[in-house]
Design a protein around this ligand. Structure first.
Ligand code: ATP
Length: 246
């Protein structure tokens, strides 16, 4: 089994004359929690879209879960999990209907769908909420359910795009327990966040500034390298000279 779930070299995206992502290169290993940080406008979303198979690079090469980022976007999309900032769930469908919908999108059989749906309800301890509209669930539950459906097809790699935006610290902490559990079970996690305490929870972190990856390492080594007390300080040191952003 290949131990590298992402391997990209010189990945670049230009929009006309503007280079949104400039020649980024890195690998992500199986079971890693890889934090993808950057100030507003640094190019994270553009880079992530290329890695998820949603857009093709202008130049560069690489693979995501074994598929070519320059020509196999459709295959990448089917083999990864993706949780967006808005949790992707449908508020006007019930918990059970949402689970079934995502199982269908990911091509699970009827038997697999029922088995995994029941498993999710039991694991999240929400069996009694099976027929509740998702819109009326507390935010923390929605968030956990969203992660569960994003991984219902047991992907090797899941992308989380600012999954904890606007959520209180206790719920965020609980959400991270779920991330750890998935990583322990061999799922690799690629996560963007604005919360620097969350950067500390990652196995490795990359920091983008003005379209380039300026630093990439474990949080401990990054703090050593920049003689910083916290990841927040590392981030501020790197982002200080940014030309883009607010
Ligand atoms: P944020 O955290 O604010 O979402 P980001 O790091 O995700 O920022 P991107 O959304 O990737 O940044 O944008 C990087 C740069 O590329 C920005 O300057 C943005 O204006 C530009 N950009 C993004 N998409 C396009 C596009 N389709 N056409 C032209 N420019 C674009």
């Amino acid at each position: 089994m290949n131990n590298t779930v992402i391997s990209v070299k010189g990945l670049t995206k230009r929009f006309g004359d503007f280079t949104a992502v400039n020649c980024i290169s890195f690998d992500v290993k199986r079971g890693e929690i890889f934090g993808f940080l950057g100030a507003n406008g640094a190019g994270k979303t553009t880079a992530m879209r290329m890695l998820c198979g949603l857009s093709y690079p202008t130049s560069g090469s690489g693979t995501v879960v074994g598929f070519d980022v320059t020509r196999e976007g459709e295959k990448i999309k089917r083999h990864i999990g993706y949780m967006s900032q808005r949790f992707s769930l449908y508020n006007d469908l019930t918990v059970w209907e949402n689970i079934r919908l995502f199982a269908g999108i990911y091509g699970l059989s009827k038997a697999e769908t029922i088995e995994r749906a029941n498993e999710i309800l039991a694991r999240l301890d929400i069996t009694s909420e099976r027929d509740t509209l998702v819109g009326s669930l507390p935010l923390g539950w929605k968030q956990k359910l969203s992660f569960a459906v994003a991984t219902i097809h047991r992907p090797e790699l899941v992308f989380l795009d600012e999954p904890t935006g606007g959520v209180d610290p206790i719920t965020r902490r609980q959400f991270w327990e779920m991330i750890y559990e998935a990583a322990d079970n061999g799922t690799s996690i690629f996560v963007t966040t604005h919360y620097m305490d969350e950067a500390e929870y990652c196995s490795r972190v990359s920091i983008m500034v003005d379209g380039e990856v300026r630093a990439i390492d474990t949080p401990t080594r990054l703090k050593e390298q920049f003689a910083a007390e916290s990841m927040d300080e590392v981030f501020r040191i790197l982002a200080r000279g940014a030309k883009r952003g607010d």
